[in-house]
Design a protein around this ligand. Structure first.
Ligand SMILES: *Cc1c(COP(=O)(O)O)cnc(C)c1O
Length: 380
């Protein structure tokens, strides 16, 4: 057997084979797959905006006016007035002087780091940083070290030992649902003269009075150099942005290859993103409700002695073994619930978990259905 086939077989044996399973229909909190209706606890559409009438109407209007494609990359003629307006809105939302839209969060992180860091630089990143951040570091050629997750003592040790040009973290961690100690991280990084990048993919739209994320909630907007986030999660659409000062924005336009060498996002997507920012402003009850649901679910799972971690709309239930999470995820699916099994390499070996992802569209009854099913599968 050759190496490629062997890799597949090995994954299969380790219960780590990843497979694609098409969804036939979806609404916030619900999906239809393999002709079965499932309550959906797998999506990142945290505020249920993907079907919001204002996003749909904005997208349809832009589609009718501009057509389907943007026709060029940003530096040719692909920067539309819609892109400019969206970037101004993002900068205001994030309390930063400027912003730049990227085609996806993955492309943003790869482009930011490969564009701004080079061989001579040292970068310190939280151990649980998203794959796109790590891929950007690899591409940059910079030397980098990972500090233990949220461990500011370890970050300080590494800063003293190696120095750093950049310190990188997420504000809400995607697979652990916990929050970075941003105040301490910013103090440490500044003391050692490092710039800071915070990925707010899972915080934007949810945290802070205005939904602008954790950096702004903690009053750190002036101190975090790059505040990155996506339109693809709580904002219910697609694409990403970085909010920063004008100098860093100019640098990115000139150096970020994932920005330069890709066709810009289509008008309908940009218009939906603009509408999403407006809905986040106008409908704060969505984020309040989401965080209340998450607190209720965490409390109920803790009562059942389940090992739950985090403090956000992402509620991970850590079971440990790969085989156990695959089994329980399957049993929940038989009971009409989609709760994905997260296994290595996405999390460390022995840390396999069910990632319960909540939406403002879930009802109290949906939560009870989930808890009843969990009771059934844990008492057999
Ligand atoms: C999802 C995610 C990304 C990538 O964003 P996409 O728009 O889906 O490409 C980047 N960083 C983090 C932390 C994420 O969770």
């Amino acid at each position: 057997m050759d190496r490629l086939e062997h890799q597949l077989q090995q994954r299969r044996q380790q219960h780590r084979l990843r497979q694609l399973r098409p969804v036939q229909q979806r609404q916030p909190g619900r999906l239809l797959r393999e002709d079965r209706d499932l309550l959906d606890f797998s999506a990142n559409d945290y505020l249920g905006l993907s079907q919001h009438p204002r996003l749909r109407e904005a997208a349809i209007k832009a589609l009718q006016q501009w057509g389907t494609g943007s026709a060029a990359s940003r530096l040719l003629s692909g920067t539309l007035a819609l892109h400019r307006d969206l970037e101004e809105a993002v900068a205001a939302f994030k309390h930063k002087p400027a912003a730049l839209v990227f085609n996806s969060g993955y492309q943003a992180n790869v482009g930011l780091l490969s564009g701004l860091c080079d061989k001579g630089d040292i970068v310190l990143a939280d151990r649980l940083s998203h794959a796109s951040l790590l891929d950007g570091l690899v591409l940059s050629g910079a030397r980098w070290h990972r500090f233990r997750h949220n461990d500011m003592g370890h970050l300080e040790t590494l800063l003293k030992r190696h120095g750093a040009q950049w310190v990188i973290t997420e504000s809400v961690f995607s697979m652990d649902g916990d929050l970075a100690p941003l105040n301490d991280l910013v103090t440490l990084a500044k003391r050692h003269g490092a710039r800071i990048l915070v990925d707010e993919a899972h915080a934007t739209g949810i945290f802070g009075n205005d939904g602008a994320g954790r950096v702004s909630e903690l009053g750190l907007s002036d101190q975090v150099d790059l505040v990155m986030g996506t339109f693809s999660k709580a904002l219910g659409s697609f694409g990403a942005y970085v909010a920063c000062d004008a100098m860093l924005r100019d640098l990115l336009i000139n150096l970020s290859r994932s920005f330069i060498y890709s066709t810009s996002l289509p008008p309908a997507v940009i218009a939906a993103n603009q509408a999403a920012l407006e809905v986040v402003h106008d409908e704060p009850q969505r984020r309040t409700r989401l965080l209340q649901l998450a607190a209720d679910l965490r409390a109920a799972l803790q009562q059942r002695h389940c090992e739950v971690v985090g403090e956000s709309q992402i509620v991970p239930w850590v079971l440990g073994e790969d085989e156990a999470v695959v089994r329980v995820s399957g049993q929940l699916e038989e009971r009409g619930l989609c709760v994905p099994a997260i296994r290595p390499p996405t999390v460390s070996p022995g840390q396999a978990r069910l990632r319960i992802s909540l939406s403002a569209a879930h009802s109290g009854t949906d939560l009870r259905t989930l808890l009843d099913a969990i009771d059934e599968v844990t008492h057999v």
